[in-house]
Design a protein around this ligand. Structure first.
Ligand code: FES
Length: 323
C-alpha cells in the first residue's frame, strides 16, 4: 500500500471525545483530508476539509449554533449530513443559495469510542464496519493520541516484531519468545508471545515458563489492533485497542483506548490499582526509541509481511461488496 493512497476502508481516525460540536477537528488518512464535527443532535459528521468556494480548509472555520460547518473565510455554511451549502452571508433576500454549492461528504460512523471515516470512493461507504474485537471494560478506561515519526507500514510491522518498542505495559514485560506462527482468521492476523510480570512496580524475574501471554490481533490493511494481556488460562488482565492511519510526511497518527480487567491476585490488584491511579495498563508510547526499533529481529517480519501482502491483495473484497 502506498502511504499516500490508503486502501478503501473504514479507518478509525479519531477518538469519540475528540469530535465535538464546539470546534472542528482536522484529520487525514494519506492524502485525504477530512474535517470532523458533531451536529446539533450530537451525530458525528465528516466533510472533505476544503471549502468549495475558495478551497480553504473548513477546519479553520467554526461550528454554528445549529451544528453546521461554517467556513472561516467568507462564512459559507454547510450541512454535515448532505454537504449542502445552506447559508451565504450578504445574499439579498430574493437570492437563494445555488443547489450546486455543496461540500464533499464522507461516510462516518462511531463505535466503542472510535470515529470511523470511509476513505475511498464515496458510493462504497455503505460497506459494513469490520467486526469489533474490542469491548470496553474495566473500572477505568484510558485513552490517548500521538503522531509518531515512522511510516504506517513500519508501525504495523513493529507491532508484530516488537510491540514493546511502541507500547508501554505498566506491570508486565513482553519478550520476543513467540508462542506460535502468526494465524489468519476472519481477516485478522493474530500472534502470541510469552510475557512475564515485571515493570517498575513488580519484580522482573526471568522464568522458563511464561506466566503471561501477549496476544496481538491486527486488521492487516488498516493496522487496527487489539492488544490483550492474558494469563495461561486465557483470563484477561488488560486490553487495548490501537488504531493507526498514515499521516503527512511519512508519519503515523495513532489513537488508542485501554483498560485493566477485573483480574484477581496481587498482580491483578497492582495492575488495576495503577490504572485507577492514572497509569494505563497498556498505552502507546509518546516517543519511539529508534535504536530499539532498528534492533528488532528481521526474520519474523518476513513472515508477517508476506501475510500482510496477501491480506492486502484481497482487500478490494470490501469495496466490491459495497459497490
Ligand atoms: S473560501 Fe470558504 S467561504 Fe470562501
Amino acid at each position: 500500500m502506498a502511504e499516500t493512497d490508503p486502501t478503501p476502508r473504514w479507518w478509525a481516525l479519531a477518538l469519540s471525545e475528540q469530535v465535538t460540536g464546539k470546534a472542528p477537528l482536522a484529520v487525514r488518512c494519506g492524502e485525504e483530508e477530512v474535517v470532523l464535527f458533531r451536529d446539533a443532535g450530537g451525530v458525528a459528521r465528516a466533510l472533505e476539509d476544503r471549502c468549495p468556494h475558495r478551497r480553504v480548509p473548513l477546519s479553520l472555520g467554526k461550528i454554528t449554533a445549529g451544528g453546521q460547518m461554517q467556513c472561516g473565510y467568507h462564512g459559507w455554511t454547510y450541512d454535515g449530513a448532505t454537504g449542502k451549502c445552506v447559508a451565504i452571508p450578504n445574499l439579498h433576500d430574493d437570492e437563494k443559495v445555488p443547489e450546486r454549492y455543496r461540500a464533499e461528504t464522507r461516510g462516518v460512523t462511531e463505535r466503542d469510542g472510535f470515529i470511523y471515516v470511509w476513505i475511498g470512493a464515496p458510493q462504497a461507504s455503505a460497506a459494513p464496519l469490520p467486526p469489533s474485537l474490542y469491548t470496553p471494560g474495566g473500572l477505568r478506561e484510558h485513552r490517548g493520541s500521538v503522531t509518531l515519526p515512522l511510516s504506517h507500514d513500519a508501525f504495523v510491522a513493529a507491532l508484530f516484531d516488537g510491540p514493546w518498542v511502541l507500547l508501554d505495559f505498566a506491570t508486565s514485560r513482553v519478550t520476543d519468545f513467540l508462542l506460535g506462527d502468526p494465524e489468519m482468521s476472519d481477516g485478522w492476523l493474530m500472534l502470541e508471545r510469552g510475557a512475564t510480570w515485571g515493570g517498575p512496580h513488580l519484580p522482573d524475574r526471568f522464568v522458563p515458563e511464561w506466566p503471561l501471554v501477549l496476544r496481538v490481533t491486527v486488521e492487516p490493511v488498516t493496522g487496527e489492533t487489539l492488544v490483550e494481556m492474558l494469563d495461561t488460562n486465557e483470563r484477561l488482565i488488560s486490553a487495548a485497542e490501537v488504531s493507526a492511519a498514515p499521516a503527512a510526511r511519512g508519519t503515523t497518527a495513532v489513537i488508542w483506548r485501554s483498560y485493566a480487567a477485573d483480574y484477581g491476585g496481587p498482580a491483578g490488584l497492582a495492575t488495576r490499582g495503577l490504572s485507577m491511579a492514572g497509569r494505563p495498563a497498556i498505552s502507546v508510547r509518546r516517543f519511539v526509541n529508534g535504536r530499539k526499533l532498528a534492533s528488532l529481529r528481521i526474520a519474523p517480519s518476513h513472515i508477517w509481511r508476506t501475510t500482510l501482502r496477501a491480506a492486502r491483495d484481497n482487500a478490494p473484497a470490501q469495496r466490491d461488496t459495497a459497490a
